[in-house]
Design a protein around this ligand. Structure first.
Ligand code: GDP
Ligand code: MG
Length: 174
């Protein structure tokens, strides 16, 4: 099977760990050590290929912090997560991506922008970031876009699947 390393990045408290644990272990964790970086491994079958995904659930970024450079070694794609009920987490998406691309010394990196906590938006009837804004930013970054709820396990497999497709060059969509 092919080994691929991906990183889950974005602001603190957006649900990076919840999404990762939901993806890997199929359950929702109410709270996870917020400052700790975790590595997970998961098998994925995509078409005829078997992948061993190494998933780095990062500790969370802000305007001033970088992802630990060591954890980025070998990363082939990133999921940048924001919370649709937290505007500030959306506003640093581009910055986080720029910093990672810079740290890796690349021009670009396969990316999926993930809008998490859509269950809260649906329950409250409003969000701080609209679906259209999220999709527009993703398009601008040349990234994929997936709306998710780690809590209700909505969109989680799709987000990772889309990212691996992008890494493999299997997704023609801009
Ligand atoms: P991280 O700091 O980005 O890793 O965020 P966590 O995964 O630790 O989640 C932060 C908080 O948001 C926790 O209280 C989670 O239970 C909660 N959370 C994460 N994802 C969701 C979601 O999809 N819906 C709801 N309602 N809460 C979520
Ligand atoms: Mg976390």
């Amino acid at each position: 099977s092919k080994h691929r390393k991906i990183a889950i990045v974005g602001a603190r408290n957006v649900g990076k760990s919840s999404l990762t644990v939901q993806y890997v272990e199929s359950h929702f964790v109410e709270s996870y050590y917020p400052t700790i970086e975790n590595q997970f491994t998961k098998q994925l079958v995509l078409g005829k290929n078997n992948y061993t995904l190494e998933i780095c659930d990062t500790a969370g970024q802000d305007e001033f912090s970088l992802v630990n450079t060591k954890s980025l070694i070998g990363v082939k794609g990133i999921a940048i997560v924001y919370s649709c009920v937290n505007r500030a987490s959306f506003e640093i998406v581009e910055l986080v991506r720029d910093k990672i691309v810079d740290q890796l010394g690349l021009e670009t990196i396969p990316t999926v922008v993930v809008a998490n906590k859509i269950d809260l938006r649906d329950a409250q009837g409003h969000s701080e970031v609209s679906q259209e804004e999220g999709a527009a930013l993703a398009k601008e970054l040349g990234a994929g876009f997936v709306e998710c709820s780690a809590k209700q396990n909505v969109g989680v497999d799709e987000a990772v699947g889309q990212l691996v497709m992008r890494i493999e060059g299997l997704d023609a969509k801009g």
